[in-house]
Write a protein that binds this ligand. Structure first.
Ligand SMILES: N[C@@H](CCC(=O)N[C@@H](CS)C(=O)NCC(=O)O)C(=O)O
Ligand SMILES: *[C@@H]1O[C@H](CO)[C@@H](O)[C@H](O)[C@H]1NC(C)=O
Length: 309
């Protein structure tokens, strides 16, 4: 056994000698000459890595210290005309208000472990995806605002939410990202100076990303006109569903209203002059009244939650 180990050690030393012995002279000379540069570079890299690690630990410590049962909402910074430019984050915040659950915002890491925003930390545990978060919170805090609905009403609400979040949302993204080239979106919140310098470089990269995503889900393969018509159909369906009711499912606001409000609020306050914003004004104005109703009910402090321009 010992003899075998000795032999193995010997042969691995021999192997290393062969490898390094085979190093061309010029490389060893280069490494020798730039030893100090290399040492400095490695030191900088290690320090940076350590710094990021400490920063990450500190962030985590701060999130975990938010207080028992206080939801830390990880999201993008406040908008100028709307508290949250992400429809899914606005949905989540609106739900937290509806359910009277304490929350704090954290914008240090908007994109979560699933690669999307929003996500939350609650009592040290992370949850991602607005709908999964909403359902987890409903369970934990024992809230259900839809318990009075019939199975049919629940079914329609589910179908409408999925249409809005998974179809309408992407149709609208095509306008925001590809037709409008992010311009309206970028006017939506105060862009820090350093980031504004990087925007000309970032825009084409983000556009390519968006293009790939809508190509993958299929919507990006239609003509502009076809996408436009589909989007209008979604808005008309939402408007017809709402009808003369105060809220989507009746005279009481329920979970689905948070989702619909999150998406429609963007048209009302961020991109009113987009084709979809105009469509809302011209043919679906009950959705605008609805957004104002939701805003008054759940966001009496709306203006306090806007970014200064
Ligand atoms: N199903 C997700 C959708 C979240 C989502 O699409 N978030 C967008 C911002 S509105 C995002 O993070 N996009 C970043 C990306 O796709 O890279 C939810 O309900 O939370
Ligand atoms: C509320 O209750 C209904 C049935 O009464 C159920 O279908 C629904 O999933 C519940 N919603 C939440 C958010 O728990």
């Amino acid at each position: 056994m010992n003899a075998m180990r000795r032999q193995l050690n010997l042969s691995s030393v021999a192997m290393l000698q062969t490898i390094f012995g085979a190093f061309p002279q010029c490389i060893t000379e280069f490494v020798d000459g730039s030893k100090y540069y290399i040492i400095t570079a490695v030191a900088i890299a290690v320090t940076a890595k350590l710094g990021f690690y400490v920063q990450k630990q500190n962030r985590r410590k701060k999130w975990n210290a938010a207080g028992r049962d206080v939801v830390v909402v990880h999201t993008f910074p406040r908008g100028i005309r709307i508290p949250n430019l992400s429809p899914f984050a606005l949905k989540l915040e609106t739900y937290l208000r509806m359910a009277d659950i304490k929350y704090v915002l954290d914008t240090s890491q908007p994109i979560g472990y699933k690669g999307k925003s929003p996500w939350i930390t609650l009592n040290g545990e992370d949850i991602a995806d607005s709908q999964l978060i909403l359902e987890a919170l409903a369970k934990k805090f024992n809230k259900n605002f839809s318990s009075h609905l019939t199975p049919e009403q629940l079914g329609v609400a589910q179908a409408m939410r999925v249409m809005a979040e998974e179809h309408y949302f992407w149709c609208n993204e095509i306008w925001m990202c590809l037709k409008d080239n992010f311009n309206t979106l970028l006017r939506g919140f105060p862009v820090p100076f350093l980031l504004s310098l990087a925007i000309p470089i970032l825009k084409p990269l983000l556009a390519r990303r968006a293009k790939n995503m809508v190509h993958a889900n299929g919507l990006g393969r239609h003509t502009d006109q076809e996408v436009q018509d589909m989007t209008y159909q979604d808005l008309e369906a939402l408007s017809a569903w709402l009808g003369k009711k105060d809220y989507c499912t009746g005279d009481k606001a329920t979970e689905v209203d948070c989702a619909i409000f999150g998406l429609m609020a963007q048209l009302v306050w961020v991109s009113p002059d987009s084709p979809n914003g105009r469509k809302l004004r011209e043919d679906c104005s009950n959705l605008i009244d609805y957004c104002n109703r939701m805003k008054e009910k759940f966001w009496p402090d709306w203006n306090d939650n806007l970014a200064k321009n």
